[in-house]
Design a protein around this ligand. Structure first.
Ligand code: ADP
Ligand code: MG
Length: 292
């Protein structure tokens, strides 16, 4: 073919289901030597399901009332956890109430006014003090579930449990990326340490950074780049967008990925296969060898 190597590399990436936004991206992909991966929606399928509804003593709510309140507050959020809560409420036939003054804090959770109550739903580590309901939270997290704390006017009223499935190609992808770069990817996640370690152990990752806010994911990437590493970030969420932008190269998972992540990333996996990531890294390296 007469097509320049980097352009034919873009075309080949397309055949693997990866949309690279420019030829420069292919060149960058071929140079990465360290990988940082997000958990929810990246190593996992990102379509978590609600598994537990635990009203707290003194909260005054039964399971349905708790779920309905949390789902009403979560309704405007595009986070996969929010979708799990809303879907479960719908399946139980609970009619949601309108959410006013909605705000979402990436990596933390949501706040909204529902029926005159200030409802918060999000990370227990951010919303509860360490001794509050630690037994319920750790029971859920130790089995790999994500706990969502629910507060009403500042008072904890319940904890929800949500579980997500590992992508079928997650372990093979981590193995392929490890072979390509000579070291296992790191896991950068906003989720809790226990759920993160549970997933990491199943895919062959030992470098786990949990409980990270979006700017802390950026700081981790910057620290590696300051050591001379060229980092590829693979993510899907609003919370990953700053790290996708800061990295040498950012790749977003397209199917469930947030608009912000897709806009910010250098390349998008449009077919929903994580294994496309090591495939395009290998391809970009081959194309670079032809160019340089
Ligand atoms: P990850 O890095 O694993 O994709 P996120 O940064 O998106 O995770 O979220 C980190 C944590 O913040 C979640 O595990 C959850 O505890 C909390 N969180 C964020 N958004 C929401 C939400 N809409 N509802 C409940 N919890 C949320
Ligand atoms: Mg994610």
């Amino acid at each position: 073919s007469t097509m320049p190597p980097l352009l034919s590399a873009i075309a080949n990436a397309g055949r693997h289901g990866v949309l690279a936004k420019s030829a420069v991206v292919m060149e960058r992909l071929g140079r990465v030597d360290a990988i940082a991966m997000d958990k929810t929606g990246t190593l996992t399928e990102g379509t978590p399901r609600l598994t537990d509804v635990r009203p707290l003593p003194g909260g005054g709510l039964d399971a349905d009332a708790l779920l309905r309140l949390a789902a009403s507050a979560e309704h405007p959020s595009e986070h996969p956890l929010a979708r799990a809560v809303v879907d479960a409420a719908r399946e139980r036939g609970l009619a949601l109430a309108p959410a006013g003054d909605f705000t979402a804090a990436p990596g933390r959770g949501v706040t909204a006014t529902v029926e005159g109550l200030r409802v918060e739903a999000g990370a227990p580590a951010r919303l509860l003090t360490s001794d509050q309901h630690a037994d319920v939270v750790s029971e859920l997290e130790e089995s790999g579930r994500t706990a969502v704390a629910v507060l009403c006017d500042g008072r904890p009223v319940g904890v929800l449990g949500v579980a997500d499935r590992l992508r079928p190609d997650a372990a093979a992808t981590v193995a392929a990326l490890t072979r390509l770069t000579g070291r296992a990817p790191a896991l950068l996640t906003g989720d809790n340490e226990r759920a993160a370690r549970h997933v990491a152990a199943r895919v062959g990752i030992t470098d786990v950074r949990a409980g990270l806010l979006p700017e802390e994911k950026v700081a981790a990437v910057r620290a590696w780049e300051a050591e001379g590493r060229r980092v590829l970030v693979v993510g899907d969420g609003v919370n990953d967008a700053p790290a996708l932008a800061a990295a040498h190269c950012g790749v977003a998972m397209g199917r469930a990925g947030s608009d912000l992540a897709l806009e910010t990333a250098d390349a998008v996996v449009v077919r929903d296969e994580l294994a496309a990531v090591p495939a395009v890294v290998a391809l970009s390296r081959a194309a670079r060898r032809l160019v340089v």
